[in-house]
Design a protein around this ligand. Structure first.
Ligand SMILES: [Zn+2]
Ligand SMILES: [Zn+2]
Length: 307
């Protein structure tokens, strides 16, 4: 039996003709029998591609052969390729949908004006150095609030956003202005969202913004649960959560009984993508339970129907 692998990668680099890159990538993946999801924009490329190990290696080699993608860093994962139902290669205005493609500038070195990259070790060095001077450092969650329910950095500020699109309004609200003259370390799953988020923050007057290189994934590989990370990591595949060690705390709370859990379940409404936490005792409930938004909509529809 042949082994399968998944590669995850992104690169911010100017692509004058994203349409041509998209067509080339689509053909390449089809020829190699790969599945997954690739987004191409004028700002670069972001992909998760899986298939037979030899085919994935070929894919990486050929993708790197294109000059803008020279030195493309990829992260190998042992996941099964069949977790992707199909191949999707698309051109989008942004690699990550903040809704502000015109506010992002990209050059050969990546996003212009982004926060300084810190390795996991440098995160600790920065915090130690600031502590010695009595200066605060705040972690800032660059993900959707839902993801932070089961895991986040110690003392992190978690913006209450349901999607990346809501960040700009959130930043402009003034809620986080107290962080503008202190050190802020942003983080997200693999780092791509922070590439853009830190640039948007610096643009808005946040003076000292850092981002964790490789995101929570790389930090967790380095420090597991013995550093500043607490809880479990939300992941965008069937598992929905993963932990770095057996020492991981359970931060999530069951929406039904308040008991500890890290397990998300889909809203019972088939068209809804909202995820809610349920504990093992209450696992039977989500099959028939809508999220708060869908429940309210359903009861409104019922009222209107009976009026
Ligand atoms: Zn429960
Ligand atoms: Zn719902």
């Amino acid at each position: 039996m042949s082994q399968s692998r998944i590669v995850l990668y992104y690169k911010f680099v100017p692509l004058p003709d994203p349409e041509a890159v998209m067509l080339w990538q689509r053909t390449l993946c089809r020829e190699l029998g790969l599945k997954g999801r690739i987004i191409v924009s004028e700002h670069g490329i972001n992909g998760t591609v899986g298939g037979e190990i030899g085919a994935v290696k070929q894919y990486v080699k050929q993708t790197r052969a294109y000059r803008p993608f020279h030195g493309l860093e990829v992260k190998w994962s042992e996941g099964e390729a069949d977790q992707f139902p199909r191949l999707s290669v698309k051109v989008r205005p942004e690699l990550v949908s903040f809704g502000v493609p015109d506010q992002i500038q990209v050059d050969e070195n990546g996003v212009v004006g982004g926060g300084e990259h810190l390795t996991p070790e440098e995160v600790h060095e920065l915090i130690d150095a600031k502590k010695r001077r009595g200066a605060p450092v705040t972690f800032f969650d660059g993900r959707n609030a839902m993801e932070a329910q089961i895991g986040r950095f110690a003392g992190a500020v978690v913006p209450q956003v349901d999607s990346t699109r809501e960040f700009v309004t959130e930043l402009d609200s003034g809620k986080y202005d107290h962080l503008k003259d202190q050190a802020v370390i942003t983080y997200c799953t693999g780092g791509i969202r922070c590439e853009v988020l830190t640039a948007l923050m610096k643009d808005r007057g946040f003076a000292e913004v850092y981002q964790i290189d490789g995101g929570i994934v790389r930090y967790g590989e380095t420090y597991q649960d013995a550093g500043y990370w607490e809880g479990e990591l939300y992941v965008f595949d069937g598992r929905m959560n993963t932990r770095f060690s057996d020492q991981a705390k359970t931060l999530g709370e069951c929406v039904h009984c308040g008991g500890p859990t890290s397990q998300f379940f889909n809203c019972a409404d088939p068209g809804c993508t909202t995820l809610q936490l349920f504990c093992a005792n209450c696992e039977h409930i989500p099959e028939s339970t809508r999220c708060a938004v869908c429940a309210a909509a359903a009861s409104r529809a019922l009222e209107q129907g009976s009026a």
